[in-house]
Design a protein around this ligand. Structure first.
Ligand code: BDP
Length: 686
């Protein structure tokens, strides 16, 4: 399974003498990793620390026994001293580590076994750099405590959505046709891959919970236990999506009302049984009153009542409930302009701030609508200071090319995480997810993986998963630098002819690929315009007269959704004052979001100096040209990398060129026909 931990990535490690010191399940994992590397490349691992031998790398817990090897013990003390210098008295915590050079040695020091494992993967990432005598000590601690993936995997194959809802990488790693897939070795490999990017939590079934999926909580708990056992050695805790109607569907009760004593007792007893089997179980994930899923509204209760019910059951065991804020009416009347889907999450949840128990995490999609290529940051993220908030991203490329298109999402996520909702220089979205003293809800993403040979369908889509994990560990990381790490690990120089050329070419193809995708799809933040249902490829009016509430309102004079306070839906007013003002007027609204916030004439002049209509033409011509260049660049790598990777990407780039062309032609023609305004540069529009 080609991915970012091919054996070659461990080469620098294997050529060394390594000592792993400490006790615990995850320390055993570290030892196992190191042993594998050394076996392959001729390094040595000492299983007994009693010999006075020379060592290059020590991975040790701080409270492990003293070592009889004096050189190693001296290095450990030196690392302790370095820690005092760099950390200013701070501790390493459950997952942090220190990497320091001490004399001739490299030392990884951790307080807890997970820190040692993350330290090991950091050494692998640095390769020979970890042994550079001039390397200053580095302290690494995750900014976000929970770095979570949500699998939208069905247990039974769904008649419309298949095995994995919005999955573009084959079947599920966990389930097949109603049963566990049973490939525990593959699940273990997956855990390893996730841990190497910093992910430490996973939910293993779809948020749209059918009957087979619901039963994981009770009758099929053994299947979940098996997965938890396999992922535990990589520091990954398992969570379950549950249905709010579980007391009725599974428990035979007549109600799921949060205020009903029998319902509370059912959740308490059911949750106790879960923890009897899986003592480090993470908690529940809930999609309620959304797109047909049951929820507290049925009983006249609100979402704080609903979330607190489950939180109460989880609290004795330290579990959390991730309660999704993706709640809106998907049965709107398109003739009624008074409803705006973008407003819904804020309208439902902001008034509930302060009412959630402390083990509720409100999980909020990064944008107010639905994972579009470009959306403003959701105002809910800035509206609930007394609530633990997790930011939800979509690694699976539902709206960003479905893993048939190259679309590196790191720059998009970096923009979201660095956005300062109270105004420039203020706290950021990353700060919200981190919370005061680390009490925030963390970062969550919908997974893009499956049983595909490359894990992600498109081999280059692996970079999105890796980048998500790394940004969740440290949101300040530069997305392009993270991409570079991924490239070095995935295409290690030792396994690649012309490594520098490969790296440069991959950067040229991937660095700006999100913006390229944006250029040839829906313009200026208006979103959607995708084929209804499967959401792939262009269909400008596909959702225009539909109940889902995703419109662009194009007519002969202009396009866009008026979400201003003055004349529109008022959505702009859901932001704190700085951004509410910026978004309120087309004169100040950033170009890339103009049509999200405003309905403007085609002749409206953007800050860029171009008109809206000319911008549409120019970006769509440019986007397709860029994709054609991507394909040509990729072709120059033929013969330099693994041929199976080469072929798979080449085939997908052909499809990307085809699909981008289709987008360009449909969008340009549509707006040419609506507006009657020709391209100023005289290009042919069909
Ligand atoms: C939408 C998807 C749908 C998901 C939903 C969700 O189209 O399949 O169920 O998000 O987040 O983007 O629950």
């Amino acid at each position: 399974h080609p991915a970012w931990l091919p054996p070659e990535a461990f080469r620098a490690l294997g050529a060394r003498r390594v000592l792993v010191h400490g006790d615990g399940l995850l320390v055993d994992t570290v030892l196992d990793e190191v042993t594998r590397a050394c076996t392959r490349y001729g390094g040595r691992v000492w299983h007994s620390p009693s010999w006075d031998v020379e060592v290059d790398l020590v991975l040790t817990l701080r409270d492990a026994d003293e070592l009889p090897n004096s050189a190693v013990e001296a290095a450990r003390s030196a690392a302790e001293a370095a820690l005092v210098d760099v950390a200013d008295g701070a501790t390493l915590g459950d997952e942090g580590f220190l990497l320091a050079r001490a004399g001739e040695l490299t030392v990884v020091l951790a307080d807890a076994p997970a820190g040692l494992l993350y330290g090991l993967f950091h050494v692998v990432r640095l390769c020979a750099g970890a042994f550079d005598p001039a390397r200053p000590p580095e302290l690494h601690r995750p900014a976000l405590r929970r770095r979570m993936l949500n699998h939208w995997d069905n247990v039974a194959v769904h008649p419309v959505m298949g095995q994995v809802e919005r999955g573009y990488a084959g079947g599920s790693i966990f389930w097949a046709g109603g049963r566990p897939r049973g490939d525990l070795a593959r699940i273990r490999e997956y855990g390893r891959l996730l841990a190497a990017s910093g992910i430490n939590a996973i939910s293993v079934n779809n948020v749209n919970v059918g009957r087979a999926e619901a039963m994981l909580l009770t009758d099929r708990l053994g299947d979940v236990t098996e997965i938890a056992d396999v992922l535990r050695p990589y520091g990954i805790r398992v969570h379950l999506s549950v249905t709010f109607a579980a007391p009725v569907v599974l428990g035979g009760l007549t109600s799921a009302d949060p205020f009903d004593e029998d319902v509370r007792a059912w959740w308490a007893a059911t949750t106790r049984r879960v923890y009897e089997r899986i003592d480090d179980f993470g908690g529940y994930l809930v999609k309620a009153d959304s797109e047909g899923q049951p929820g507290p509204f049925t009983y006249g209760r609100d979402h704080a009542d609903g979330a607190n019910l489950l939180a109460e059951a989880l609290a004795p065991y330290g579990g959390v409930v991730h309660w999704r804020a993706f709640v809106y009416n998907h049965h709107q009347d398109w003739r009624d302009r008074s409803t705006d889907r973008a407003r819904a999450a804020y309208d439902h949840f902001a008034p509930l701030d302060g009412r959630f128990r402390t083990n509720v995490v409100l999980q909020v999609k990064f944008g107010p609508v639905d994972f579009q290529t470009r959306e403003p940051v959701s105002p809910v993220l800035a509206a609930m200071p007394a609530t633990r908030i997790a930011v939800e991203l979509q690694v699976t490329q539902e709206y960003t090319g479905q893993q048939r298109h190259v679309c590196h999402l790191g720059p998009c996520w970096s923009e979201v995480l660095r956005f300062a909702p109270w105004g420039p220089g203020g706290r950021t979205i990353a700060d919200v997810a981190t919370g005061e003293a680390g009490t925030g809800g963390g970062l969550v993403a919908v997974a893009n993986t499956g049983d595909d040979l490359f894990w992600t369908g498109h081999p280059l889509a692996q970079a999105n998963l890796y980048t998500f994990g790394r940004l969740a560990w440290d949101p300040r990381l530069d997305a392009t630098a993270v991409l570079d790490e991924w490239m070095t690990l995935t295409f290690p120089p030792s396994a690649t002819a012309e490594p520098e050329l490969v790296r440069r070419t991959l950067h040229e193809i991937m660095d700006d690929s999100w913006r390229t995708y944006e250029r040839y799809t829906a313009p200026l933040g208006v979103g959607f315009m995708v084929h209804p249902g499967d959401h792939y490829g262009p269909d400008v009016d596909g959702y225009e007269y539909s109940r889902w509430g995703t419109y662009h309102f194009a007519d002969r004079d202009g396009v866009g959704v008026d979400r201003s306070r003055a004349s529109g839906t008022g959505f702009a007013g859901q932001y704190p004052p700085y951004w509410a003002d910026v978004y309120e007027s087309p004169q100040t609204c950033p170009d890339e979001l103009l049509l999200f916030f405003h309905h403007v004439p085609y002749t409206h002049v953007l800050h860029s100096g171009s008109t809206v209509i000319q911008h549409i033409y120019d970006t769509h011509f440019a986007g397709v040209e860029e994709v054609a260049v991507m394909r040509r660049r990729w072709q120059t790598l033929n013969g330099m990398i693994d041929p199976t990777v080469y072929e798979r990407v080449a085939e997908r780039l052909d499809e990307q060129v085809r699909c981008a062309t289709e987008w360009r032609d449909q969008i340009n023609t549509y707006f040419f026909r609506k507006s009657g305004i020709p391209d100023a540069r005289g290009r042919r529009i069909h």
